[in-house]
Design a protein around this ligand. Structure first.
Ligand code: BG6
Length: 482
């Protein structure tokens, strides 16, 4: 007997902008991700991801052919997808999470007609997956946005972007409805509350209250997501569509009620997004949050009804670490994928300062399942680490195996406790470009890709020790974690 259900979706996760490359090939338009410059080792800070961008910054990046922009080239999945998917199949993947690049389908975001070459590319990728019985799990928007729409209407700040997105999603549902049965709307939708540019396409020029702009953009994404959920149900009745949250489990630093309250508030600012997308309405605690920050959300008649009608089928989330919530804002802080936090003395951290906490995954699953009573899907988890290639080409990544084993063990325990979990897709199942730092040397994969931070290397793929380990985990449906 295995604790994992028979149809548990084991697999791995990626995003178009971090793997595909071919950034202007076959008619693809520019995306916000194509302007992310590699800033060197000293810029190993998550903060570069949060930096506001102006029109001038964007134009300078587009004109820059000298600088290193790793997301323009990814790991060349665009030309090597067959080899990569064959390796996923060898590991026994049941699912492969990937995203579609909006500007590959609509180069300007709102073109009259979709780009046939872009559509044909994903057809080939899905066919290749299905050939091996791998279910594609598709994120419609993962940390990129058509640059043309950023320049034209300031991205998600404009209500017009809703219609453009719904049309894009409708094209995807009609084209791929037979092939794709698992969909996610926005990757880590809560990122928009921290930075407007990457997934929101908001340029900071002339905006006084950037936070106001970000939350207004979030509102537009909520409406777009709700409309897309309804479209998906209408066009592909046997599909499931979920939301996606960067889950931030924050522990109170002490039993001081002020710290406990800080943890409750940290939860609210994170779960706000899933509250809207799963419960179908703005939670009451946000009224005060907005008031304190001079934020007014511009809603139009009918919005509340749309949110109510467009709730998702499941909650997917990323989980890498936990953090500390405190009323005391002094003291040393550690790294994190979006924001740092205080150091937790009970936890070790990765080389990037992300605090490793497998039990935190179970805590968060129990909490979210109790709150929402919808199935959960862990669509990102993993350890970013530098790997060493031995003289014989082998890569002994026992640290990665340890990290994944400990987290899978906690998923098994959560399943025993009755939490409904659809699947597990560790992040960066093949080495890819880092979202936050654009490094290549921050590796998550079971498959090594020969490329360095400067984009040099043969791009050859090879198996790490974790490759065979994960193959065994899948083959035994999560029972053999040794
Ligand atoms: C998540 C993103 O926040 O974390 C991924 O959805 C990202 O796109 C992953 O790659 C890991 O972060 P990083 O910065 O190490 O690539």
């Amino acid at each position: 007997m295995t604790r994992f259900p028979k149809n548990f979706l084991w697999g791995g996760a990626t995003a178009a902008n971090q793997i595909e490359g071919a950034y202007l090939e076959d008619g693809k338009g520019w995306s916000t991700a194509d302007t992310a410059k590699y800033l060197g080792k000293e810029a190993r800070s998550h903060l570069s991801l949060l930096k506001p961008m102006t029109k001038e910054d964007v134009e300078a990046a587009m004109a820059d052919q000298e600088g290193i922009y790793p997301k323009r080239h990814g790991i060349d999945f665009y030309h090597r997808y067959k080899e990569d998917i064959a390796l996923f199949a060898e590991m026994g993947f049941k699912t492969f999470r990937l995203s579609i690049s909006w500007p590959r389908i609509f180069p300007n975001g709102d073109d009259k007609e979709p780009n046939e070459a872009g559509l044909a590319f994903y057809d080939k990728v899905f066919d290749e997956c299905l050939k091996y019985g791998i279910e594609p799990l598709v994120t419609i928007s993962h940390y990129e946005f058509p640059l043309a729409l950023a320049l034209k209407q300031n991205g998600w700040l404009s209500r017009d972007t809703i219609a453009a997105f719904v049309r894009y999603a409708e094209v995807l549902f009609k084209r791929y409805g037979e092939k794709v049965k698992y969909w996610l709307t926005f990757n880590e939708i809560n990122i928009i509350g921290m930075t407007g540019y990457l997934s929101g396409g908001i340029l900071a020029d002339g905006i006084d209250n950037l936070l106001q702009a970000q939350y207004q953009a979030a509102h537009h994404q909520f409406i777009a997501s709700a409309l897309v959920v309804q479209k998906c149900h209408e066009l592909i009745p046997d599909a499931k569509i979920g939301c996606m949250l960067a889950r931030m489990e924050a522990y109170p630093e002490t039993c001081n009620p002020a710290d406990v309250l800080a943890a409750v508030e940290a939860d609210e600012s994170n779960l706000f997004y899933t509250d809207v997308q799963i419960r179908g309405a703005y939670p009451s605690y946000m009224t005060k949050f907005f008031k304190d920050r001079d934020i007014t959300i511009d809603m139009v008649e009918g919005d509340e009804e749309i949110l109510k009608q467009g709730t998702v089928d499941f909650l997917s989330f990323s989980y890498y670490m936990s953090s500390i919530a405190t009323a005391d804002k002094t003291g040393e802080s550690t790294g994190g994928n979006l924001l740092g936090s205080k150091k937790n003395p009970y936890l070790k951290a990765s080389d990037w300062g992300w605090q490793i906490d497998p039990v935190g995954l179970r805590i968060t699953m129990k909490k979210m399942y109790e709150r929402y009573q919808v199935p959960l899907f862990i669509v990102e988890n993993g350890l970013g680490a530098e790997d060493t290639v031995e003289a014989d080409g082998s890569i002994h990544d026992s640290y990665r195996i340890d990290y994944l084993r400990d987290h899978i063990e906690q998923i098994g325990l959560a399943l025993e406790e009755g939490v409904e979990i659809m699947g597990y897709t560790p992040w960066g199942c093949i080495d890819l470009v880092s979202a936050s730092t654009s490094e290549m040397s921050k590796r998550y994969g079971f498959i090594y890709v020969d490329q360095d931070d400067l984009g040099q290397g043969t791009l050859a793929r090879s198996k790490k020790d974790s490759f065979d380990w994960y193959k065994q985990v899948i083959a035994t449906n999560g029972e053999d974690l040794a």
